[in-house]
Design a protein around this ligand. Structure first.
Ligand code: DGL
Length: 299
């Protein structure tokens, strides 16, 4: 697990032995594309002194319709790429990659502070008044064993009903920068309305791309409650991930305490211009962006 100490096993056991990283080393953050920027913005705000490296695997996005094996391979390759650049910690800023690959990443890098993202069922269960929560996520996340176990556990503990809604095509719309288009609004309505009609008063954003269409999700939810207006709560775990990252860095003695802002570098297996536009429009940040080959191994 992320908190274990380095052991003496060799790389032949499938365990990577990284040289110890110092406080000044960067934190690596990755996603299938630009969705992870919804997590990065919290990390950047919460840990402003940290150096950050972001990888958008946009050349291979979306992950949501890929096989688990393919997502594991991409995640391991991206982690190796970030660790080769000296990363002291990794954030898997993607629910789909976390569901598929976090256990493989922890097994390969047992000493590394590693934070994943998973749909916020627990906070949603604490918020719902109708005891019904809608979960918006990719097909792959919702079909994963990790998600099923989480849903069963929280449902058993709280008695809350979780309605799973795969949002096919929604991450693609975000990747294309279509955050307000009529096509995206229609897609969102199609996914959100049935959840509200079945009594959900709380919606979990179970994909890191979805916070960027939060307004459309809120207005689709409002539109579906016109007869019986009721407030709809939205759960996004981006900030909780930043807090967990700080806890892990502190526990490992790896928090950067230098004054002055940290640096930000970004890599993409897709279009550099698209990533630069996303950084600028969504985060008002302008990092240097480099392109990586999408084929097989990264870098
Ligand atoms: N952003 C990703 C997630 O949180 C996945 C989107 C995709 O590539 O399908 O699940």
């Amino acid at each position: 697990m992320a908190d274990t100490k380095p052991d003496s096993r060799s790389a032949q056991d499938g365990i990577a032995i990284e040289p110890p990283a110092g406080c000044d080393a960067p934190i690596g953050v990755f996603d299938s594309g630009i969705g992870g920027l919804s997590v990065l913005r919290h990390i950047h705000a919460y840990l402003p002194h940290e150096h950050l490296i972001y990888v958008a695997d946009s050349g291979f996005a979306p992950y949501g319709d890929k096989s688990e094996q393919a997502i594991v391979a991409r995640s391991l390759a991206i982690a190796d790429f970030l660790l080769a650049r000296g990363a002291k910690a990794l954030v898997v800023a993607c629910n789909t990659a976390t569901a598929a690959a976090i256990s493989g990443l922890r097994a390969r890098h047992p000493a590394l502070p590693l934070v994943g993202v998973e749909p916020g069922l627990k906070p949603a269960a604490a918020m719902t008044k109708t005891r019904t929560v809608g979960v918006l996520a990719t097909e792959r996340t919702l079909a994963s064993t990790k998600f099923s176990l989480l849903r069963e556990q929280i449902a058993a503990l709280t008695g809350v009903r979780f309605l799973s809604q795969p949002c096919i095509g929604l991450a693609d719309q975000v990747e294309k920068g279509e955050l307000h288009s009529a096509a995206t609004a229609m897609l969102v309505r199609r996914h959100v309305a049935p959840l509200i009609e079945q009594g959900a008063d709380t919606l979990v954003l179970g994909c890191t791309h979805y916070p960027f269409v939060r307004q459309l999700i809120e207005s689709a939810a409002r539109g579906a409650t016109v007869d019986q207006p009721q407030p709809i709560a939205i759960v996004d775990t981006g900030e909780a991930v930043a807090r967990q990252l700080l806890r892990l860095l502190t526990r490992h003695g790896l928090q950067r305490i230098e004054q002055g802002g940290g640096s930000l570098a970004a890599f993409t297996t897709g279009s550099e211009t698209a990533l630069a536009t996303a950084f600028s429009n969504l985060l008002q940040l302008h990092p240097v962006i480099q392109r990586l080959a999408a084929e097989s191994a990264i870098g």
